[in-house]
Design a protein around this ligand. Structure first.
Ligand code: SF4
Length: 379
């Protein structure tokens, strides 16, 4: 079971209560960005290109707690930037645990071993480690050698101390599905609780614009990766969202399911786009023209998007909104479906044969120097 029963129970009870109250739009996970500063400069990231004076800013613990209480979501994801660079991350985490929020602290784990003493193991706290594949692929994607090994070291330390540890993986065009499957085996062997996946979103500000996935490519890639899967693989996310990535489900975007709060306020409409900010969560829900977003809206910014922050809450809504969705979720969760697909197996073998030596790197190296210079400038 990739997620503790208590967390499943809390989330199920919360969603059913929202539906029972007839609430059409409700938050499931608060994306709390306490800072944008980072110790990496990944080519596919849209968060670290802010000017230095913005990168130096951060939310106070009190601002974080106020946002969490205002929003009311049972889960809080803390991305960034790199949250372990926040000087008060200990206070922020302790305050959220005291409020019984299930926290996913998203980190590249470069500082995890060094900072682990700040934290106490809890069912409410999970380190969600950014890992973009096997060593060669991960180091290339984050534009720095040695990051895979340091992250593994940090994860081992956290696991040995009894912390919950998961991985989060963003995949871009050119990802080698065979290598990704081997990466899953490696993570399961390491002992992580579960893995999370998402296709990369085409951030306008990202230095590398040439490797973002279109929707058809996303479905094809995830079908090859997730079909005929090993029963030992555990995913720490909705099984119906994974089916959506494989092209087995169709969902409309529900960006309010994972609202974003950061140093600018409540971001409209989602974690990825910045079409203005609201002063309060209530203002975000009231003022945002939600009908202008989602792939089905025709908004070109949303055309190729299939990311978890827009569609995972849709999948969870499906689980609790229809008997069919509920039964499919139960079957996938309890029986651990392998999604047998002979066509996908053949395509996987063909891909593997055409990529001797483990596949192509997914980000051009020319981006690395510029991106790294920017990080060093603001660090
Ligand atoms: S489809 Fe949804 S999550 Fe994706 S960019 Fe548009 S509003 Fe945001």
């Amino acid at each position: 079971m990739p997620v503790p029963i208590s967390q499943m129970w809390t989330v199920s009870k919360y969603v059913l209560t929202q539906r029972w109250r007839g609430r059409k739009r409700y938050p499931l996970v608060l994306m709390l960005e306490p800072l944008f500063r980072c110790n990496l400069a990944c080519a596919g990231c849209g968060k670290i290109q802010y000017p230095a004076h913005i990168l130096k800013k951060q939310l106070t613990p009190e601002e974080c707690f106020a946002a969490v209480e205002e929003c009311g979501a049972p889960m809080v994801s803390i991305p960034g930037g790199e949250p372990l660079l926040h000087p008060q991350i200990k206070e922020i985490v302790e305050g959220l645990v005291a409020r019984r929020k299930y926290i996913y602290l998203c980190t590249n784990a470069l500082l995890l071993k060094e900072k682990i003493d700040l934290f106490t193991p809890s069912k409410y706290l999970t380190f969600s480690v950014h890992m973009d594949g096997q060593r060669e692929h991960h180091d290339f994607a984050v534009c720095r050698e040695g990051t895979y090994d340091r992250a593994i070291e940090g994860m081992r330390e956290a696991l040995s101390r009894g912390f919950r540890v998961t991985t989060n993986t963003t995949l871009f065009d050119g990802a080698d599905p065979a290598s990704v499957r081997e990466f899953f085996d490696e993570m399961m062997k390491l002992g992580v609780e579960g893995m999370m996946l998402s296709p990369g979103y085409s951030y306008e500000k990202a230095p590398d614009q040439s490797h973002f996935l279109a929707r058809d490519s996303t479905r094809s890639l995830f079908r090859r990766i997730l079909s005929n899967r090993d029963r030992s693989w555990k995913f720490n996310q909705s099984p119906l969202f994974l089916e959506f990535l494989m092209g087995r489900q169709e969902y409309a975007c529900t960006p309010w399911g994972m609202p974003t709060y950061n140093i600018f306020g409540w971001q409209k409409p989602c974690y990825l786009l910045q079409d203005g900010y609201a002063d309060s969560f209530e203002g975000l829900m009231r003022e945002t023209a939600w009908e202008k977003y989602g792939t089905e809206s025709g908004n070109p910014k949303c055309a190729n998007c299939m990311v978890h922050s827009g569609y995972e809450a849709s999948a969870v809504n499906d689980t609790f909104g229809s008997l069919g969705g509920f039964l499919r979720t139960v079957r996938a969760t309890l029986l651990g479906g392998t999604y047998r697909d002979d066509g996908a197996r053949r395509e996987l073998e063909t891909t593997a044969r055409s990529r001797p030596g483990g596949g192509q790197a997914v980000v051009p190296l020319t981006v690395t120097a510029a991106a790294r210079q920017e990080t060093e400038r603001v660090a």
